[in-house]
Design a protein around this ligand. Sequence first.
Ligand SMILES: [Zn+2]
Ligand SMILES: [Zn+2]
Length: 273
Amino acid sequence: MKVTILGSGSSGNSILVESSTTRLLIDAGFSGRDLERRLAAVGRDADSIDALLVTHEHSDHTRGIGVFARRWGTPLYLGDRTRIACRHLLSGTEEIRSYSCAHPVVLGGLRIEPFLTVHDAVDPFAVAVSELETGEKLGIATDLGRPNVAVRHALRECDLLVLESNHDEILLRESIYPWSVKLRIAGSHGHLSNRAAAELVSTIYHPELGGVVLAHLSEQANDPFLAEDAVGIKLERLGFRGELLVGRQHEPLEPIDVSRLKRRVAPEQLSLL
Ligand SMILES: [Zn+2]
Ligand SMILES: [Zn+2]
């Protein structure tokens, strides 16, 4: 499985997940044109995308869904309540497919299991994506007010985690946001701080975890070095041997090869050292 963070942060989010036969976009929080530019930057054509799955209706996850789906004939997977909340972005001509916790999605070589999160959206999902051929597992959990039992359960035994590390608590307090926004972000239905992300990592860590990508960083209330420090220190104490990366708002990261990460932390390798 290959995973490419096309962009991540409070202003827009989109992740490309690929098996050998299937290309899935998760969220499209950029304009249609920007999304095409980001795909081209990592050598992928927009018309090669098999489906676009939307986690929740916030604009940093949905800005380009309608334009992209119509231009490229891409099927859109939406929760029922999210579809209603996104109707201003849709013309009615898109191919809409419904999904829910009770109805996971199997799309070509990928199985997508949604799980409900605590966030101020109508029906917010995080997802675990498994590649059927290899069994490789990716967990994507951003836009978490606080990690609930479902989140911890769904993220067990992932090979790669894309995890929210939205804000530094002091930078958020000192930021230019109005108090109402600060309270929303820090509240139980808002976003995870670096400290909370580090705590979550420590509860779902396992020795074969190959990589962690810190995601959905706030440009106003975070610094990539602070996020990396907070989570990195915790991972180091746990004996983490994988890669720690930080998603970027304005440009994609290089595609991440999950098989390579797995080889890096494989038990056979450990026994040789
Ligand atoms: Zn978001
Ligand atoms: Zn959100």
